[in-house]
Design a binder for this molecule. Structure first.
Ligand code: ADP
Length: 398
């Protein structure tokens, strides 16, 4: 009896111990599971946070403006490019599209997306404070699982620069056509006059042939300049850069222009030091100097003086300048003087046989050498064109 009781107690104690161990193990398991779930959750949250940061950084690095709106037409997200395109002040999210962009066309694109799935290639204009901007918008409607409206994504491409370049190209083509047509129609009418009988009068024959010759030369000059500019534009100009003693290059250009200077009683002075050496293409620099000195003769004072100076700057670069004592260039024109076909006085330029491309060529040739050109002029007291070039002397070559 006693033994049976002891056995029973031992069994109960063993069962209790097993049950308690089991409970402890289960509790430990549950604790482990809880920790794992918590770790997984925090890992997932960290991943989502990082993903959101990566997406935001990606959106902000996009060149295109990106706007995401919700089903109620309110902004959920606008990247940095969109903020600068529309000049959003402060936080755009939560505002309606019209409120944030202040543009009815953008709002109407969002409204269209309630019926259409996408709007592609819609162009619009924003009238900002300084100059109008031209944008192209591509937009996509978002639908939830049940097909209900869940907002939209709008991507804006800035076409302003493209439009400006198109304008420049159109203006250039119009200018070229005009410049070609003028001498061509003079040649044509001289030829017609000769054919109509003027050829039988020796004096008229000589006069009209001279007109034809003069304007044919002008056409040839214009075409040469246009071809050179197009080579410069395409980066196709091959420069033969050598250490160049500038004094003699300047002198060659001056010698060529002596007859023209003589015709206007202009004195040409070469004050470039013999020691000055640039790293440059002889033929191109001669052409640059020739264009500048030719302009100084054409637009400077009759019986005036044109001087070419040169020096080495503190940073080792070479500076060359062409100065005249003529009427100079008005301040507003100085900003545009290097543009193609820009002339201060159109009639005077044509009368002097100018193509309107001389200074544009100067600027491009000097830039191709890694240099810059600028104008200094006080109206009434002459013009000074200053350019710089890399040094070609071994001691200060850059
Ligand atoms: P162009 O063939 O008409 O001379 P350029 O490009 O060489 O063309 O010069 C553009 C314009 O700049 C000229 O038409 C002229 O009005 C002005 N210009 C250039 N050089 C001078 C100068 N030294 N003094 C005054 N005006 C100048």
């Amino acid at each position: 009896m006693e033994t049976a009781l002891i056995l029973l107690i031992a069994t109960v104690v063993a069962l209790a111990a097993a049950w308690s161990r089991e409970r402890l193990l289960r509790r430990a398991d549950a604790e482990r599971n809880r920790q794992e779930v918590a770790e997984q959750r925090s890992r997932r949250e960290k991943e989502l946070r990082e993903q959101a940061q990566r997406t935001a950084a990606l959106f902000d690095r996009m060149v295109e403006g990106l706007v995401v709106v919700d089903g109620g037409g309110r902004i959920r997200l606008a990247n940095r490019a969109a903020q600068s395109l529309f000049g959003f002040e402060g936080q755009a999210s939560g505002k309606s599209v019209l409120e944030a962009t202040r543009n009815h066309e953008v709002a109407s694109v969002v409204a269209r997306l309630e019926k259409e799935l996408e709007v592609l290639g819609h162009e619009l204009r924003i009238d900002s404070m300084d100059a109008p901007r031209f944008l192209q918008v591509n937009a996509l409607a978002l639908r939830d699982g049940s097909g209900a409206n869940d907002g939209a994504i709008l991507v804006f491409h800035d076409l302003t620069r493209l439009r400006q370049l198109e304008g420049v190209r159109q203006e250039f083509v119009a200018n070229v056509s005009h410049e070609l047509r003028t001498p061509l129609s003079l040649i044509k009418s001289a030829a017609e006059t000769l054919l109509d009988g003027a050829k039988d009068d020796p004096a008229a024959l000589a006069r009209f042939l001279q007109i034809i010759d003069k304007h044919a030369n002008r056409l040839a000059l214009l075409i040469d300049d246009l071809l050179l500019l197009s080579t410069l534009d395409s980066g196709g100009l091959r420069l033969d850069r050598q250490p160049l003693a500038l004094k003699s290059t300047v002198q060659d250009a001056i010698d060529d222009l002596q007859p023209r200077a003589h015709a206007r009683d202009v004195t040409l002075v070469n004050r470039v030091p013999a020691s000055l050496v640039a790293l440059a293409d002889n033929d191109r620099i001669r052409q640059v100097v020739s264009n500048l000195v030719d302009n100084a003769i054409k637009y400077g004072r009759v019986s005036g003086t044109t001087t070419v100076d040169g020096s080495q700057l503190a940073d080792g670069r070479i500076e060359l300048s062409v100065s005249d004592d003529g009427p100079g260039i008005p301040k507003d024109a100085q900003l545009r003087i290097f543009e193609r076909f820009y002339r201060v006085d159109k009639a005077r330029s044509r009368e002097q046989g100018g193509t309107g491309l001389g200074l544009a060529i100067v600027k491009h040739v000097i830039q191709a050498h890694g240099g810059e050109v600028r104008i200094e002029s006080e109206p009434g007291s002459g013009a000074r064109f200053v350019l710089n070039l890399p040094s070609g002397s071994a001691s200060s070559a850059q």
